[in-house]
Design a protein around this ligand. Structure first.
Ligand code: HEM
Length: 185
């Protein structure tokens, strides 16, 4: 996904303006695969469902992804199974809703990072999760830069402010405590 930007960024503003008219109001918001991917990793947001109402199959697939535990929910369950103190309200949370970062979860991951030999498999898992978040952020960053290079500060076809909206998505983290804990090590 990240490599595709090398090609996309060769499109000039003039090239883009040739077909901007026929794009109408279609946009990346209609990518159910992207939203499903985010959802399965842990970025749950049921408000995005509305963009897929015209395609029952895509809508059902995103709804199903929202209903099941995410990769992060599974990782936190593994922490608890290993005996680390993951708060019960996190383990029993309503998985259809956005995940709220938790100090208790951060404390559990901190134990892993402070004694990596003891918790080696969980430590490796955590670093692989950070690799995933890192790669997704690289994709987002290349998207913002390519968009600015092609449409400047124009509004997006999907109706957002464009670059400003996309830049705001750079703060999204699928596995937030794995980032915040680093400050405390
Ligand atoms: C020159 C090409 C592109 C431009 C100018 C562009 C522009 C934008 C803009 C402005 C948005 C914000 C929503 C809106 O108001 O429309 C957006 C969202 C999005 N675009 Fe693109 N985009 C481009 C190419 C792509 C490509 C190639 C992909 C996928 C492979 C993609 C996937 C997405 C996705 C998934 C979103 C939703 C992002 C989110 O909510 O985090 N875009 N795009």
């Amino acid at each position: 996904m990240t490599q595709s930007w090398d090609i996309l960024s060769t499109m000039t503003p003039a090239d883009y303006l040739k077909f901007r008219g026929v794009l109408g109001s279609s946009s990346g918001f209609q990518s159910d695969q992207f939203r499903r991917f985010e959802t399965l990793l842990g970025l749950k947001d049921p408000t995005f469902l509305r963009f897929h109402e015209d395609r029952p199959q895509a809508h059902a697939a995103l709804k199903a992804a929202l209903a099941e535990p995410s990769l992060y929910d599974d990782a936190l369950a593994q922490l608890a199974i290993a005996g680390l103190p993951v708060p019960a309200e996190v383990l029993n949370r309503d998985v259809t809703q956005p995940y709220e970062p938790s100090e208790g979860v951060e404390a559990a991951w901190l134990e892993v990072y402070r004694d990596t030999e003891r918790w080696w498999p969980l430590y490796q898992l955590a670093e692989k999760l950070v690799d995933l978040d890192d790669a997704l952020l690289t994709w987002r960053h290349k998207h913002v830069v390519t968009v600015e290079r092609i449409i400047g500060r124009r509004r997006g076809t999907g109706g957002t402010e464009g670059v400003a909206y996309l830049a705001s998505t750079l703060t999204r983290r699928c596995f937030p405590e794995l980032w915040s804990l680093r400050t405390k090590l």
